[in-house]
Design a protein around this ligand. Sequence first.
Ligand code: PLP
Length: 399
Amino acid sequence: MAYLNRTALNLKPSETLAVKAKAKELQEKGVPVIDLSTGEPDIDTPEHIKEAAIKALRDGKTKYTEVAGIKELREAVAQKFQKENGIRSDPTSVVVTNGGKQALQSLFQVTIEPGDEVIIPAPYWVSYVPMVEIPGGKPVVVKAKPENGFKLTPRELESALTPKTKAVIINSPSNPTGAAYSEKELAALGAVLESSNALIVSDEIYEKIIYGNFKFTSTAKAIPSLADRVVTVNGLAKAYSMTGWRVGYATGPKDIIQAMIRLQSQSTSNICSIAQYAAVAALTGPQDFIPIMVQNFDRRITAALGIIEKTPGLRVVGKPEGAFYLFIRFAELAQSVNSPLVKGSGAFVNYLLEKAGVAAVPGEAFGDDQAFRISVASADANVTQGLTKIQEAVAAIAR
Ligand code: PLP
């Protein structure tokens, strides 16, 4: 008797997590691996956040909380949205979720009807496609072009819209490319969406990790006329180095947020109570460690780009505006050599792991099979050594 349903049978594990597991397995066998696959900052969670968690434990904050999150946290989130992002929000239109991931997953669960289309610009974060497919939605992947800095143009968006478009996902800054939309670019996308009823899903989890003069603007602020159909998703994982604590949140139209809370009440209930108190400290406490962390990423990105520029066959489209990844294309290498090692990103990334001892994520997971993603959330020496080893491995194929 086969018990698994079609959803389960079609569901693949997250490829970023799969790579990490493979790298760890090799490391445990004693094989040296430089792990550049990771999607989490390399600093520890700041001390004042940990202290808040310890205090919560000592104070006995160990019981169920409101499903949507403790009031202090929903207030802190609503304040943050209002003050930092220019988004109208209040504690009754905030839901605190088990990471940004759960916010997105429940959002699609409560909005997608079978056959609904969701526009997903590629390269995209790995989980968007399965998250849309699970409730029966149809991902409409629109490939953003490298020559446009991997950003969706208004024209491309317009031609992907149909009467069945239920939602459009905007992830700025983007995982994996680091591309981020300026206020003007968001407004231009918004102008196209005026003619549709599509919900706008804005995943802003990398908002605080931005470089140079780029100024981050929330989608709901950039397109005020459509603000009442934007759901903004964020979380503490990346900016506060709290990936393991699992705190995400969302704000948006009250009926949608309330439906997400109802779903949560029938599935996971509240997220960990202790993590919620830590999250209040994170959002309301000192923020000074963030620019230091961002400087570290920036320096490593510059160093890595220096090596990639000197590696024929590899190319990065400009310096990322945000996040902490480099999306490296090897299309030129694939064209210039006739080797099975460059036939697809899975084969190439496997080669890099075996030949160079460097773990990266295949671009296929992000909708581009001629690319791979590395993370700079690793010590400077790891990033430069890893890239140098990749450079040598590429030269060995090209020879
Ligand atoms: N959105 C994007 C673009 C991400 O890269 C991630 C994590 O890698 C998430 C959402 C989810 O983050 P979390 O569930 O850890 O808060």
